[in-house]
Design a protein around this ligand. Sequence first.
Ligand code: ZN
Length: 482
Amino acid sequence: MAYEIVCGLEIHAELSTATKIWCGCANEFGGEPNTRCCPVCTGLPGALPVLNRRVVAFAVKAGLAMHCTIAPRSVMARKNYFYPDMPKAYQISQYEAPLCLGGHVDIETSAGPRRIRLTRIHIEEDAGKLLHDAYGTGTLVDLNRCGVPLIEIVSEPDLRGAEEAKAYMEAVREILEACAVSDVKMQEGSMRADVNVSIRPVGATEYGTRTEMKNLNSFRAVHRAVEAEAKRQEALLAAGKKVAQETRQWDDNRGESRGMRGKEDAQDYRYFPDPDLVPILVSESDVARIRAELPELPAERRARYIGTLGIAEADAALLTRSRAEAELFEAVLAQGVGVRAAVTWVVVELFARLNAAGRSVADLPFGGAALGRLAALVEAGKVNAGSARRILGSMMEQGGEPAALAESMGLLVVADEGGIAAAVAAALAGSPAAVADYRSGSAKSFGFLMGQAMKAAGGRADPKLLQAALREALDGPAEGKA
Ligand SMILES: [Zn+2]
C-alpha cells in the first residue's frame, strides 16, 4: 500500500530582545552557568514577573510577517509540569488566548509552490538546560536560559513529507531573520522544532496516529527524522501493528528515534491563566505601527528579483537565502553594475568559492560594495574578467580595495596607445606566416594573431582597442577602406 506522510511543526524561536521576558537579566547566549538569572526568571517564591513589552512587539512583527491575525487581547497561562530545568514547576505560555491566530507561510518545493497554514503563534518563556555529561558524576542544571523569550509557531498538519518540512522550516527562519526578531542561530538552540509525523494511505482523508519528536535543531535533522519516522510507521503498519501515540527522542548521530513517553494531552498540563500577569492588549494602532516597520520579506524580495530585475528563479532563490546574502547582492548593484554581471559575480564567482571553502558571507573580509567596485572595473574595461577573478581570490583572503589591488598586482588593462601598439607590433613580427595567410584571405589567422598580441600584452590589453589596432595594422586605417 502506498502511504502519504503528514507532518506539522512547532517551531520555537528565541526572540533577540536585550533583556529576558519577565526581568532585567541580559538575554544572551552562554555565560558561566547560573550567572545570568535572578529570583524572577528562576521563579523563586514571591518573585513577580513583569512582561517585557518588546517581546510583544517582536511577536506581533513575526505574526504579521506570517500573515496572522493579531488578537487584541491575549492571555498568559501556566503550563504545569515538573522537570528540573524549570524550578517553579510550570512554564508561562499561552493556551486558550494566543497572541497570533491563523496565518500562513509559502514554500517552494520541487513540485511547485505550496501554502502552509499556521494554527497560531504564541509567546512563552524558555526553560533552563540540563548538562548531562559535563563532569560525568551526575546531571547539572544551568538556569541562564530561564525566562528567555520564545515564540512558538504552530503549523497545521499541511506538510507532506521531509522535503516540505525542511523547506517550511527554512522559510520560517528566513522570515524571522528578515524581521530581525530572532538571531535564528540553530547551533545555539535559538531556533528548534518539534515535529509531528503520521502516515495514511494515499487518498485517505483521516489522519493516522501521530508521534512527536522534540527539539530538532537543524534542517538536516528535521529532514532525516521525518523520513526515518515515516519508514518506521510504515513498517509497523505493514506488519499488522499499530502506531502508538507517543513522544520519541530523535538521535541524529544514530539516525533513529526511540520511544520516550506516551504523548501527553493538553489536559495533562492543567493550564490556567497566570494570576500574576494581566492580559496583553494590542491596539489597532500598535498593529498598524508594527506593520509599517515590516521589512521586505524574503518571498517579496524573491518576487521582485524575478519580476522587476529579470533574474532567473534559481539565482533569485540563492540570492535571497539569507538577509546577509541579499544585502551583499544589493550592495553590488548599488555600485552601478548591471544585473546580469552582478548575479554572475555573486552567484557564480563568490558563492561558488565560499561553498568550496566551507565559508559564509559573514566571514568575508570585504563587503558587497567592494565586490561591486571590482565588477564595475570589469564593466569599464579597466580589468579583464580573468584578472578580476585573481583579484577576488586575493580579496577573499585579506580584503582590500579592487582598484588598488589591480594596480599592485599589475592587472590593470593596457589601454594606452603605446602599450597596444607595442603588443600588435610584437605579434606581427613574431608570426610573419600568419600575417601572410591573413593577407591572402584566411580570416582564421586574425584570431591567431589576436591571441599572439594579447599574449605579448601579458593578457592585460583592452580587447576592443587591441582588436582595432591589429585590424588597422593589417588592413590599413579604417577610413581608408570605406
Ligand atoms: Zn532574571
